[in-house]
Structure formats: C-alpha cells, structure tokens
Design a binder for this molecule. Structure first.
Ligand SMILES: C[S@@+](CC[C@H](N)C(=O)[O-])C[C@H]1O[C@@H](n2cnc3c(N)ncnc32)[C@H](O)[C@@H]1O
Length: 306
C-alpha cells in the first residue's frame, strides 16, 4: 500500500507502507467477519457497518428517535456512518443529522459531517453553528473540496476567509441563536477505536498521532480510561448543546469508573439505563448508556464535582 507523507521541510513524498499480519490472528478475524450474521445483514441492507444493529436495538427498546417529528441529531464518532444511516432513516422528514469524526469520511446521503476532534472547543462552536444556521457542511465548494467535511483548524479556515462559504458560516449578520441555546434533540456517541480507513491518508489530522484519541488495545484498564475521557467529552457536549428533555446514547468500555460516569449522567438526565445490545460481540467490553430526558438548568461544574 502506498501512502503520502510529509517529510521535514514540508515536502510530500510517496512511501510504501508494509503491514505485517500475524497470519493466525488475521485468519481468525476474517473467519469471524465472514461468519458474522450482522456483518452479512449490514451488506444486504446497504448499511456501512454492523454497528447499525446496535443502535436499532437501542432505539427499538428506548424510543430515542420519533419517526413523526423532525429531530436534530448529533452523531459523535460517526465514521464510517452506520449510526448516522439509522438515525436519518428513523427521524421525521425535515430532521437533520450531523456526524463528527476525527477521521476523514464521506457521510452517507442526507447526513452532513465535520472532520474534527470532539475534545476541541472549536468543534463545539462549529456544531452549534451548523444546527443554528442550517448550512450544508457536505456541499462541494472550496472549503469542502473532495471530502465533504469542513476542516476545523482555525488557521486553515482563516486562509479561506475570502470565500463565500467562510462568510456564510461565520458572518455576524446571521443570528447564531436561531434555534436557541440548546439546538440538538438527540446526541449519540459511539466514539472510540478508528474505523479501518481506506482513503484520505494524506490528511494531517489522521497522521498526527497527537490528535488521535483511542484505539482498542486489549488492555482493559487502558481502554476503559480512554473511553471514559471520550464519554466525558460527549457528556460535556450534551450539557452544552442538548435541549432539555433531549436524549443521549453513549458507548463505554467498562471498568472501575462506570459507576462514577453513571452518577454524572444521573445529574444531567432523569432516566439512565445501562444496556448491552445483542449485536455486541460477546467478548466485547463495551456497554451503552442510554440517558433520557435531560434536566433543565444543569450546572456543569456540579456534574463533574464528585
Ligand atoms: C467504532 S467507530 C464508530 C462507528 C459508527 N458509530 C458507525 O456506526 O459507523 C468510533 C469512531 O470514533 C472516532 N473518534 C475517536 N476519538 C474521537 C475524537 N476525539 N473526536 C471525534 N471522533 C473520534 C474514531 O475516529 C472512529 O471513527
């Protein structure tokens, strides 16, 4: 496989990438994928990954989406896009789905996306702008060229400040608060390990290890703590942007701090359930928290004070 890399001095060169698989673990992985009912079914239903079935189960049980109401949905860690597909099929006509992922990924039809790190404040601003101004992030123009996302790096955006899209997004004459302080009805977060990437390798953020958040390591403790960080980031997003009575779904790799995270959730939401969909692999340490009916007047500081 060839990869484009930046070398000191800024030059971009092509380098051959050698990936060595341990053949027995590769075979085990391939056999598991081929025999997996959900993987086959995802292909048949034109869904981007088997993860779609987890969200379907969650929604069937907890009724997160209302088919007859146009909801605004934020999908954190959306790539490759299966949850966004489920959300956009299950919300009412006129609803909006925005996917955010640190990796570049073209969103499914009807979904907009930002390539951005959820740990960055700039990302929160962009999410708010998207939902309040209703601009389309995946249209093809000079900012979104080729990739269907808006880059969140300030310096990149300011280089584009002459273009029409920049003015459309950031011009002060459009009221950002068109939909109020809390513009989102549902936040879903499946953030964790990167999906296997097959394009977009040139992108700075993909190759900059510093920005990459997590990758399942098989070390339960490490996976758990990194997962808790991402869950807290998703919860902060919910406190800041989710409307009162809104719903929140969040994946967690279980461990020592589950109870602490659940306690935080209970300060923000009236109803909190822990759920492991049948579609999760048995050996997986993941569970989902389904938190419904966000409380009014949540105090962020108080939520994170134990
Ligand atoms: C398991 S995948 C999500 C699968 C997705 N729900 C679907 O149905 O297709 C987890 C995603 O979280 C993303 N992610 C991890 N850390 C992130 C961060 N700090 N900000 C944004 N996305 C992140 C990864 O890049 C990866 O694509």
């Amino acid at each position: 496989m060839w990869m484009r890399c930046q070398v000191p001095g800024g030059r971009v060169v092509a380098r051959k990438l050698f990936v060595r698989f341990n053949s027995s673990s590769k075979n085990r992985w391939l056999t598991r994928q081929q025999n997996d009912h959900y993987t086959r079914e995802a292909k048949i239903q034109n869904l981007r990954s088997r993860a779609a079935f987890k969200l379907m189960e969650i929604d069937d049980k907890f009724k997160i989406f209302c088919g007859n109401t146009p909801q605004r949905v934020l999908d954190l860690g959306f790539a490759p896009g299966a949850w966004s597909q489920v959300a956009s099929r299950r919300i009412g006509d006129g609803g909006m789905v925005l996917g955010v992922d640190i990796l570049p990924c073209n969103p499914p039809p009807g979904v907009s996306s930002i390539q951005a790190n959820i740990l960055s404040r700039k990302t929160h601003e962009l999410i708010r702008l998207y939902f309040s101004k209703h601009f389309k992030l995946n249209k093809h123009d000079d900012i979104h060229e080729d990739h269907g996302y808006l880059r969140h790096m300030t310096e990149e955006l300011s280089q584009e400040s002459d273009c029409e899209t920049y003015r459309e997004v950031f011009s002060p004459d459009i009221t950002p608060d068109k939909v109020g302080k809390y513009p989102i009805d549902v936040i879903i977060s499946d953030m964790y390990e990167p999906w296997p990437q097959d394009s977009g390798f040139w992108t700075n953020i993909t190759n900059a290890a510093y920005y990459r958040m997590a990758n399942t390591s098989g070390l339960a403790i490490r996976d758990h703590y990194q997962s808790i960080d991402l869950c807290d980031a998703a919860l902060v997003t919910a406190i800041d942007l989710l409307k009162p009575r809104g719903h929140f779904v969040c994946k967690l790799y279980t461990g020592k701090e589950d109870k602490l995270f659940e306690k935080r959730l209970k300060k923000v939401f009236r109803r909190v359930n822990r759920f492991k969909p049948v579609a999760c692999r048995d050996e997986s340490k993941e569970v989902y928290f389904v938190a419904r009916e966000k409380r009014h007047d949540v105090d962020k500081l108080q939520v994170f004070t134990d």
